[in-house]
Design a protein around this ligand. Structure first.
Ligand SMILES: [Zn+2]
Length: 311
């Protein structure tokens, strides 16, 4: 293996190694870190790994197939000079191309499915509440969710069933609605969409979906506690909302679709904030991008040598 190839492989493996480094702390970060920072950092981290690993796969597929598919490469490249500087086996390049295409298709399908579900939910919530941001529905099972408004100046609508409100005290109702309003105000649906698209584009970050959802729920719980002035009321509201018969529809955000017991414990016995995970997350994002940009620069330098090979 040439020194140039060794450098290429080392830089290209870096984003994949970063994936393996985070399993021990990401769940704890989502459960005990500052919720807003945890949601943003973990989503950024997952998106970074999806993009950087995708770049590595696409670049390797492109540079490794010059002899197999010369028609897709510039005609002034010297295949022999490129091969002397960067030895990528054909099977590896073709494998990277197949994997990259499959992951891109998965990500595209996820986007289409999510937007389709959002459109259906939006249409349904508009019919329930044509003007107000809160719709109280009767004759339904116990349900509460926030339906974000996409591609609109409105933030969205909150849908709560009369049956659920009937088993809550007035302060608990306020806490529930404050929780749902927090989802809309902080655009938690965007975190939900981005983390799911990143997970579709890169299965190695698929286990970050639940931690990001959980951090968003804790974020809304804390906003609700600030709104009603008492975390105990929010904990009681969560307990009653956990009795809901139905999950929030796809594209909407419910109150209880992540670990309620852990969230109640977080409200009643908050742990001291540990910001080390945030620093670690930022460092891993920076390392992933630095290594990937260095890889692209290295690949570009090799291509320039290949171009000079014929001149
Ligand atoms: Zn919620």
């Amino acid at each position: 293996m040439t020194a140039s190839t060794l450098l290429y492989v080392s830089l290209g493996l870096a984003p994949f190694l970063v994936s393996a480094l985070r399993r021990r702390w990401s769940t704890g970060f989502a459960h005990h870190g500052p919720p807003g920072a945890a949601a943003l950092a973990l989503t950024t981290y997952a998106l970074t790994l999806a993009l950087t690993q995708g770049i590595v796969l696409c670049l390797t597929a492109y540079l490794g197939t010059i002899e197999l598919f010369p028609v897709v490469h510039p005609s002034d490249w010297s295949a022999s000079v490129l091969g002397a500087n960067l030895r990528i086996p054909a099977w590896c390049a073709v494998g990277c191309a197949i994997v990259a295409a499959a992951l891109l298709a998965r990500a595209g399908a996820r986007i289409v499915l999510s937007l389709s579900a959002v459109r259906t939910t939006n249409a349904a919530s508009r019919r329930l509440a044509p003007s107000a941001d809160l719709a109280v529905v009767a004759g339904a099972s116990r349900v509460a969710f926030a339906a974000p408004a996409w591609f609109s100046r409105r933030r969205g609508r909150i849908v709560v069933s009369r049956e659920l409100l009937a088993v809550m005290t007035v302060p608990e109702r306020k806490a529930l609605i404050a929780h749902e309003r927090s989802h809309l105000r902080h655009a938690h649906h965007l975190y939900a969409l981005v983390i799911r698209v990143a997970a579709a584009a890169n299965p190695l970050v698929g286990d970050l979906v639940a931690p990001v959802d959980h951090a968003c729920e804790r974020w809304a719980d804390r906003d609700a506690a600030a709104a009603v002035g008492d975390p105990v009321i929010v904990a009681h509201a969560l307990g009653r909302a956990a009795l809901t018969d139905r999950r929030a529809p796809e594209g909407a955000l419910g109150a209880t679709h992540s670990d309620v017991v852990s969230r109640v414990r977080d409200l009643l016995e908050p742990q001291p904030t540990d910001r080390r995970a945030l620093i670690r997350c930022a460092l891993l994002v920076a390392v992933s991008w630095a290594m990937t940009l260095a890889l692209v620069a290295h690949g570009h330098a090799i291509v320039e040598l290949a171009e000079q090979g014929l001149s």
